[in-house]
Write a new protein. Structure first.
Length: 138
């Protein structure tokens, strides 16, 4: 059971928990849609990063959307998901050795997009965890 009841505003259980705050819901969705789409990094790559983060960020709803699939990773996806795993372990205090790998494989624009995506996705997953959003509410 969620911490608070679902609001009628929103098209997913996650959005219905944000639905109590119309402008937050609106802009959260807008930023989420922008970050999830193809940008400098593909939507497919970012979905694998999202799945990687979901395994440890505590949101059962997010975790239930699927596990990472490393057998299909190209080199860039492996680097990005590896960075996400390092972020999870270090809670943002990634070592210079880890960030050096990013600089070797990604442009500055891609690094900025990846880190923005990781931060937003982590915030979303923490929101789901704190709101006790479960996998059965998908």
């Amino acid at each position: 059971m969620t911490l608070i009841p679902f609001h009628e505003r929103g098209s997913t259980p996650f959005q219905q928990l944000l639905g109590y705050n119309e402008s937050i819901l609106k802009y959260w969705n807008k930023l989420g849609n922008e970050l999830e789409n193809d940008g400098q990094l593909s939507a497919r790559l970012k979905e694998e990063v999202r799945r990687t983060l979901a395994q440890k960020n505590g949101c059962l709803y997010c975790k239930a959307k699927g596990k990472p699939n490393p057998t299909d990773y190209d080199e860039k996806t492996a680097v990005c998901t590896g960075f996400a795993e390092a972020f999870l372990v270090s809670k943002g205090q990634t070592s210079p050795n880890v960030t050096a790998v990013l600089k070797e494989y990604l442009t500055d624009t891609e690094i900025s997009e990846l880190i923005a995506f990781i931060c937003f996705t982590t915030a979303s997953q923490y929101f789901g965890a704190l709101m006790q959003l479960g996998e059965h509410q998908r």
